[in-house]
Design a protein around this ligand. Structure first.
Ligand code: CP3
Length: 354
C-alpha cells in the first residue's frame, strides 16, 4: 500500500519534503489520559505490551490528537532480556527491575538468543496489528535498545545512576562483557529483522547509556556492537529502504564515529546545537532532534520560540526529522504538544517557501 504521508522516511534519506517531519520519543505515554485509561484496563505495563490490540490502541492514541509524521511501536527495549529469561517487572516509582540479573560469566554462557516468532511473538503481533490499523497513513518505526544499554539493565538488575556493577565487569572481566554484548547484538539483529518482516518501515536503536562511557570504552563496548547490528540488518522492505537511526544520549562528542557506521539518521539530545551537528556530519546522514523535553513545561510562546530556533539552526534543505532530545515526561500538558507539533509544521513550511 502506498504511504499517504512519507515525509519522515524521505527526510531520513535526505530527500526533499514540504515540511519538516516530527514525532516524539515516548509519544504514547503517561502524559496522555487515554494512555493511562488503557494501561489501567491492561493491568501492568508488560500486560499492555503483550496485548497486540491494546498495544496498537496506545500506539494510535497520539496520532489521533496530533499531526505526527510517524508512529512508533508500543513496546519496550527490555523485551529482549525478558525473553532471555531474566524476569522483567516494573515496581511502582522505581522503574524496571529483573528478578534474575546477570552476575557471572556462567550466567552469560547460559543465555539463549530469543526467537522473535516464539518468546517475542507478542511484539511481532503488535507490529502486524499496528501496520494493519495505520492503513498507510504514516510509517511505523520499530526499535530496540543497543547491546550496551540492554546490558546495563541486565547486569545492574534495573536502572542505575553510576553503573558500578557493569563497570566493574568491564574492567575486571571484559571478556565476559564482550560475550554478553555479542549475544545481545545477535539477538537484536534477529529481533529487528523480524520487526521489518512484520511491517516496521524504519528502525531506531536507543543507546540511552552510551554517554556514560569514556571515548575509548564507547567505541569498544557500545558503538562496535551497534555497527555489528547495522551490518546484519536487511534494511529494505517492499522495494523501499528501511532507514535506521542511532541515538546515543550524550553522544554529541562522537558524532563523526556514529555517522561512520553507515546508519541513515543520528539522533541528537539537546546538549548540542543542531546546526553545529549538521556542519560536522550533516552531508553524511540525516539528523533527528533535538528539543529539550522540559520546554514542553513552558508557555506556548516559549515552545514556539524554541521550535523556531532549532529549525533555523538546522537551516534549509533536507535531512531533518524533528524530535525531542529524549522522551516526553508524564507531567507535560497534552495541549502544549499540539502547540509544539503544529509549530514544527508551520515554521518549516514557511522556511521552505522563503
Ligand atoms: O516511544 C514510544 O512511544 C514507544 C514506546 C517506548 C517505551 N519505552 C514505552 C514505555 C520506547 C521506545 C521505550 C524505550 C525505552 N525503554 C528506553 C530507551 C529510550 C529512553 O527512554 O531512554 C529505555 C531506557 C527503556 C526502559 C524503561 N522502560 C524505563 C527506564 C521505564 C520506566 C520509566 C518510567 O517513566 O517509569 C520503562 C517503562 C516504559 N516504557 C513506560 C513506557 C510508556 C512507562 C510505563 C508505564 O508506567 O506506563
Amino acid at each position: 500500500m502506498q504511504l499517504k504521508n512519507d515525509r519522515y522516511l524521505k527526510a531520513l534519506l535526505k530527500q526533499p519534503v514540504d515540511k519538516t517531519p516530527v514525532w516524539m520519543m515516548r509519544q504514547a505515554g503517561r502524559y496522555l489520559p487515554e494512555y493511562r485509561a488503557t494501561r489501567a484496563q491492561a493491568g501492568d505495563f508488560m500486560s499492555l505490551c503483550r496485548n497486540a490490540e491494546l498495544a496498537c490502541e496506545v500506539t494510535l492514541q497520539p496520532l489521533r490528537r496530533y499531526a505526527l509524521d510517524a508512529a512508533i511501536l508500543f513496546s519496550d527495549i527490555l523485551t529482549i532480556p525478558d525473553a532471555m529469561g531474566l524476569g522483567l517487572y516494573f515496581s511502582e516509582g522505581e522503574g524496571p527491575k529483573f528478578e534474575r540479573p546477570i552476575r557471572s560469566a556462567n550466567d552469560i554462557a547460559q543465555l539463549p538468543i530469543p526467537d522473535p516468532e516464539q518468546e517475542l511473538q507478542y511484539v511481532m503481533n503488535a507490529v502486524r496489528t499496528i501496520r494493519r490499523e495505520l492503513k498507510g497513513s504514516v510509517p511505523l518505526i520499530g526499535f530496540s535498545g543497543s547491546p550496551w544499554t540492554l546490558a546495563t539493565y541486565m547486569v545492574e538488575g534495573g536502572s542505575s545512576r553510576t553503573f558500578p556493577t557493569i563497570k566493574k565487569m568491564m574492567f575486571t572481566d571484559p571478556k565476559a562483557l564482550h560475550m554478553l554484548l555479542d549475544k545481545l547484538a545477535q539477538s537484536v539483529v534477529t529481533y529487528l529483522n523480524a520487526q521489518i518482516k512484520a511491517g516496521a518501515q524504519s528502525l531506531m536503536i536507543f543507546d540511552t547509556w552510551g554517554g556514560v562511557l569514556t571515548p575509548r570504552d564507547y567505541q569498544e563496548f557500545s558503538l562496535h556492537y551497534m555497527q555489528k547490528i547495522l551490518d546484519g540488518l536487511i534494511r529494505e522492505a517492499d522495494g523501499r529502504k528501511v532507514p535506521v537511526t542511532l541515538f546515543t544520549k550524550n553522544g554529541g562528542l562522537w558524532l563523526e564515529a556514529i555517522a561512520n557506521t553507515g546508519c541513515d539518521g543520528v539522533g541528537l539530545d539537546w546538549t548540542i546545537d543542531i546546526g553545529n551537528a549538521r556542519q560536522r556530519i550533516g552531508d553524511q546522514v540525516a539528523l533527528q532532534g533535538n528539543m529539550d523535553p522540559s520546554i514542553l513545561l513552558g508557555s506556548p510562546e516559549r515552545i514556539r520560540e524554541e521550535v523556531k530556533t532549532i529549525l533555523e539552526s538546522y537551516g534549509t534543505g533536507p535531512g531533518h526529522v524533528f524530535n525531542l532530545g529524549h522522551g516526553i515526561t508524564p507531567d507535560v500538558n497534552p495541549d502544549n504538544v499540539t502547540v509544539f507539533i503544529d509549530a514544527v509544521h508551520e515554521f518549516s513550511l514557511a522556511m521552505q517557501a522563503d
